[in-house]
Design a protein around this ligand. Structure first.
Ligand SMILES: [Zn+2]
Length: 257
C-alpha cells in the first residue's frame, strides 16, 4: 500500500516497475519508518539546495532525490520481464537521449536516474544481493579522451542507493576495442576477445564465494558483458550478475500482469 494511488500509471502494468518505485520510495524514506541504509548526506543536501526537476516533462519531481517524476518514470520503455540479466530498459526515447546526454555532455543527473532504476530493478526482480559493483571499464586512452567512464558514473549512483561499494580497480580494459555498434555480431565477439584483464591487486580472491554486479550503460549483443564477466568468473567462487541500463537489441516484451 503506497500513498501515491492517485498517480496515473498510463502505459505499463508491469509489477516490476511498481516494485522498483516502491523500493526507491522506501530507500529514500518517503514510505515506511524503518529507513534502510541512509543515503549520504551530501547527496540529500544537494536536492535540498536544488530541488528535483523532471528531465522528461520539466515539472517538479514527486520522487525524492530523483530528477524524474512518477508519471514520466512509468512511461519509460521498460522491458517486460527480468529475464536473466538486470536490464530494465530498452534503448528508445527518452532513455537513448538520456544515455547520450550522460556520455557526451557529462549530465550526471541521468547517471543518477539510471543508477537508481538499476538498483531498484535489481531488488524488484529478486536478483541475489551483490557485494560490490564493477563498472565496465574503458581503455585508458578512451577514458582520458572523455574524462570519465559513463558506466562508472551509473554504477556509483546504483551503489549509493544499494549501500554497497564500487570497485573500479578490479577489471581493466587491456587493449582498445572498436565501437561495437560499427561491427557485425560475429566481429563483435572477436573485437572484445581478450580485451579484459584482472588487476594484480584485485580484491577478488579465489575460494571466496562472492556475487558481483558488472555494470554497463548499454547491452547490444551482450558480447562485451560475456567476455568481461567470463574474465571475472575465471576466479573460483565468483558469480557475476550482468547489469545494463538499456538493451539495444529488439526484445520480446511480455506482460506478466
Ligand atoms: Zn515528468
Amino acid at each position: 500500500m503506497t500513498m501515491f494511488l492517485a498517480t496515473p500509471k498510463p502505459v505499463n502494468l508491469n509489477p516490476l516497475i511498481e516494485s522498483t518505485i516502491e523500493w526507491l520510495d522506501r530507500r529514500s524514506g518517503v514510505v515506511g519508518n524503518e529507513s534502510l541504509v541512509q543515503l549520504p548526506w551530501m547527496f540529500r543536501w544537494g536536492f535540498r539546495l536544488w530541488p528535483a526537476r523532471c528531465l522528461v516533462c520539466g515539472g517538479a519531481s514527486d520522487l525524492r532525490y530523483l530528477d524524474i517524476c512518477r508519471a514520466c518514470l512509468w512511461t519509460l520503455p521498460f522491458i517486460g520481464s527480468s529475464a536473466t540479466d538486470v536490464v530494465p530498459l530498452r534503448y528508445a526515447p527518452p532513455v537513448d537521449d538520456g544515455l547520450r546526454a550522460l556520455k557526451f555532455h557529462a549530465d550526471w543527473r541521468w547517471a543518477a536516474i539510471f543508477g537508481a532504476i538499476l538498483a531498484g530493478w535489481s531488488q524488484a526482480s529478486g536478483a541475489a544481493p551483490v557485494s560490490f559493483l564493477v563498472p565496465m571499464p574503458l581503455h585508458a586512452a578512451r577514458r582520458a579522451e572523455r574524462g570519465f567512464n559513463q558506466a562508472a558514473q551509473i554504477a556509483k549512483f546504483a551503489a549509493l542507493w544499494l549501500g554497497v561499494a564500487v570497485d573500479q580497480r578490479t577489471l581493466i580494459r587491456a587493449r582498445p576495442t572498436r565501437p561495437q555498434t560499427t561491427l557485425s555480431a560475429a566481429r563483435r565477439r572477436d573485437n572484445v576477445q581478450g580485451a579484459f584483464e584482472r588487476h594484480p591487486a584485485s580484491r577478488i580472491r579465489a575460494g571466496h564465494s562472492i556475487v558481483i554486479a558488472l555494470v554497463d550503460d548499454v547491452r547490444t549483443t551482450g558480447a562485451t558483458l560475456d567476455t568481461a564477466s567470463a574474465e571475472l568468473e575465471s576466479v573460483p567462487g565468483v558469480t557475476v550478475q550482468r547489469w545494463a541500463v538499456a538493451s539495444a537489441m529488439p526484445t520480446k516484451t511480455t506482460s506478466p500482469a
